[in-house]
Design a protein around this ligand. Structure first.
Ligand code: NAP
Length: 256
């Protein structure tokens, strides 16, 4: 699908990978609805990108919120053609510590809720909106890109909830692609490695050095623009479907 003239909804679109994706799509002629909880960053991005971006406060775990966001996209730009799920949280927590269970069940549930259930909520509602689109070349009506993580495949100690949520996201692509094929909708997943977003700004220098040490080549953190470029390629390359692409410079995470 050409990006030019399309409308993308991007969750987590006010920060990091989502923000870079919004900027990339707009540079390539699309409109973007920025779905996020960060009102200050959302308003600032909307102002910076002019009439091509529209921010809406929307919790991806909330069915009614996401429904409002889809209606908002139609109202502002007339369609939903592309959906990119970048909203996510990565709170670490061990299963056990010396005293017993460390991670409260509520914390595990919250990570699954935002990362996995939120992704499904947006995927299902975006697909519902996309199936009304006129088909383009190959009968294509929409593209959905979800964001897993290399933690889906080699989660570290302290990442049980995060890795489980991202494993779920990675497993979602194939059955969703198989089912939504009849509507002309593709579903892909990107599994990033270590990408320099605000997520990293809070980490101690030693932690950043240790993570960078696990990268093979090029030996540096990834850039949000590199994620955005891959998302743009997935939109444009109709033959990509039902697959998870690692974008990690060959990094494989150690147990800790
Ligand atoms: P980020 O800069 O923290 O951006 C995530 C955005 O999502 C934030 O603006 C956050 O708002 C928003 N958000 C959180 N919960 C939400 C909810 N319930 N509803 C709507 N928006 C919500 O993170 P990032 O680094 O760009 O990461 C984006 C995605 O990539 C995440 O799913 C992350 O797990 C995944 N990922 C990132 C990396 C990396 O190295 N950066 C690697 C692998 C995977 P608040 O700031 O208000 O919470």
């Amino acid at each position: 699908m050409d990006i030019q003239g399309k409308t993308a909804v991007v969750t987590g679109g006010a920060s990091g990978l989502g923000r870079a994706t919004v900027e990339h799509f707009i540079q390539h002629g699309a409109n973007a609805v920025v779905i996020d909880l960060n009102d200050t960053a959302g308003a600032e991005l909307e102002a910076a990108l002019g009439g091509k971006a529209a921010y809406i406060n929307c919790n991806v775990t909330d069915e009614a919120d996401v429904s409002k966001a889809m209606a908002f996209a139609f109202e502002r730009f007339g369609s939903v053609d592309i959906a990119v799920n970048c909203a996510g949280i990565a709170t670490p927590g061990k299963i056990l510590d010396r005293e017993g269970r460390h991670t409260a069940l509520a914390q595990f549930q919250k990570i699954i809720a935002v990362n996995l259930i939120g992704t499904y909520n947006v995927l299902s509602q975006a697909a519902e909106a996309m199936q009304a689109n006129d088909p383009g070349a190959d009968g294509e009506r929409g593209v959905i890109i979800n964001t897993a993580s290399v933690a889906a495949f080699e989660g570290q100690i302290g990442q049980a909830a995060y890795a489980a949520s991202k494993g779920g996201v990675a497993s979602l692509a194939l059955p969703a692609a198989r089912e939504l094929a009849r509507s002309g909708i593709r579903v892909m997943t990107i599994a990033p490695g270590f990408i320099h977003t605000p997520l990293f700004d809070g980490l101690p220098e030693a932690a950043v050095e240790s993570l960078t040490g696990q990268v093979v080549f090029p030996k540096r953190l990834g850039k949000p623009a590199e994620y955005a470029k891959l998302a743009g390629h997935i939109v444009e390359n109709t033959y990509l479907n039902g697959e998870t692409i690692r974008m990690d410079a060959a990094a494989r995470m150690a147990p800790k």
